[in-house]
Design a binder for this molecule. Structure first.
Ligand SMILES: Cc1ncc(COP(=O)(O)O)c(C=O)c1O
Length: 463
């Protein structure tokens, strides 16, 4: 790169900063994608519609039924890109989720940007949960709203505090002349925890009794999984009439791509008139809409219902097998293993989804990840900057296609590692070179030979 032009050198300098802080991303295929033996506990194909081939079959049937010549769209939605099948599918989706209208877009990211750039009008305010997705932040940053405040994640007391301060500081909000738009997600992907939506709505109605506090619920991680028939949290709680805007995206449980924004006629008109990610882009293609339509058909079938039930039963199996394991008590007391959602799961089946995170001491996150990978279980390590420093964890995503034996095997592998760590901690301090787990040893030996550091490698291992 020394001989490269300043243009490329400057770009490489920016990448070097990432490399140095171990936050440099590359794209890889994980073991479950390239081997037949590794178990997928990380992909978003939650109902296994994609990997089982069932969605492809349904999609081909849909295409054959429709005889459509053009697989694309002939323009932007406001020009020549509107077509009957797109409109019919939007109505089908609106009816399925109990909404008045739906507007389809090419992705959840574009949908969130559309919502937050079009719906809050000048003088409105935005309140958002601290853990909302990057696409919501992107939209909020570009929005016309006067003020944006965050409240602590899923914390009703903090929500009340911030909303009260907002109402007190802005007479037009107090008088109901301007609105507060509130951004939440039904299921938060970093921990799999569920939004206390009813409690937040009750608090908002109490503090803004004139109806000018309205919610936008991102159902990316509940679509197809949560609530009756996979209709999402809003439907599960019967809040269809109380939530102004709901976003369902299709890249996860439905194994497709795209998103629908649900709301009333006013919301749809506002999006069509003000959202640049709707106006200045090609309408969703016929082929992408046919895939979404096929996925909805499957979701509403006996197969879809069984898949949803299976996912939840696997989460129950994982939780049960974890708490009944002979090492669980001692491991959790020693801080070697924790499952933050466990207590909530014990209290209510509605408190969990298909995502469960497991945590250990921060320095062990990658050791457990290496151990599980080598044992054939792909789970996702989640590290800074995706989560705050000191909050790293392993995210386990359950799928309809995971056999029960795989879940039991995963729990056994986790506790084999717990035993190994317990033994290592018992022997601590005997050697100059910090003792690491067997799987971490394999990885660090190779990394040291390549002069690489990071991923939990103790400094004494770095060459
Ligand atoms: C909560 C949430 N909202 C929106 C999106 C964006 O959806 P898409 O992948 O369809 O762009 C994601 C994707 O990861 C998400 O997790």
């Amino acid at each position: 790169m020394k001989t490269a032009s300043p243009f490329y050198r400057n770009l490489e300098d920016a990448l070097d900063a990432r490399r140095k802080s171990h936050t440099f991303y590359t794209i890889t295929q994980t073991a479950w994608q390239i081997t037949d033996t590794a178990a997928d506990f990380c992909s978003n194909d939650i109902l296994s519609f994609g990997s089982s081939g069932i969605l492809s079959a349904e999609y081909l049937e849909e295409l054959a039924r429709l005889h459509q010549a053009n697989p694309g769209a002939a323009g932007s939605r406001l020009a020549d890109g509107n077509y009957a099948y797109l409109e019919e599918t939007e109505q089908h989706i609106a009816n399925f989720h109990g909404a008045e209208t739906a507007l389809l877009l090419a992705s959840g990211f574009e949908a969130n940007v559309a919502i937050w750039t079009a719906i809050p009008r000048p003088g409105d305010m935005i309140l958002y949960d601290a853990l909302v997705h990057a696409s919501t932040h992107e939209g909020i940053e570009q929005s016309l709203a006067g003020e944006r405040e965050e409240f602590a994640h899923n914390n009703i007391r903090d929500f009340r505090r911030v909303l009260t301060a907002m109402v007190d500081a802005h007479p037009l909000i107090k008088q109901g002349k301007r609105s507060v738009l509130i951004a939440v997600e039904s299921v938060y992907s970093m921990d799999g925890d569920v939004c206390p939506l009813q409690e937040l709505i009750d608090a908002a109605n109490e503090l803004c009794p004139l109806g000018n506090a309205q919610f936008v619920v991102d159902e990316a991680h509940s679509n197809g999984i949560y609530g009756p028939g996979g209709k999402g949290l809003v439907c599960a709680l019967g809040l269809e009439k109380e939530v102004a805007v709901v976003m369902h995206s299709y890249g996860k449980a439905l194994s497709s791509r795209g998103a629908a924004i649900l709301g009333n006629e006013t919301i749809k008109s506002v999006l069509l008139n003000f959202a640049r990610t709707v106006i200045f882009t090609t309408a969703p293609s016929f082929s992408s809409i046919a895939l979404i339509r096929s996925a909805y058909r499957l979701l509403d079938s006996a197969h879809g219902i069984q898949a949803q039930v299976k996912v939840h039963s696997l989460v129950d199996l994982f939780m049960q097998s974890t708490i009944s394991h002979p090492l669980w008590e001692s491991a959790s007391q020693a801080g070697i293993l924790s499952v933050p959602l466990l207590r909530a799961w014990e209290e209510s089946s509605l408190a969990t989804s298909h995502i469960v995170t497991i945590r250990s001491r921060q320095q062990y996150t990658y050791w457990l990840h290496f151990h599980l990978l080598l044992a054939g279980y792909c789970v996702l390590p989640v590290e800074y900057p995706v989560v705050s420093k000191g909050q790293s964890r392993l995210k386990v995503t359950f799928h309809a296609g995971n056999p029960e034996e795989q879940v039991k095997g995963l729990v056994q592998a986790i506790f084999a590692w717990v035993q190994e760590i317990t033994d290592i901690e018992g022997r601590k301090g005997n050697s100059q070179i910090a003792e690491v787990s067997k799987s971490a040893q394999q990885v660090y030996t190779w990394m040291a030979s390549e002069k690489l550091t990071g991923f939990g490698m103790p400094s004494s291992w770095a060459s």
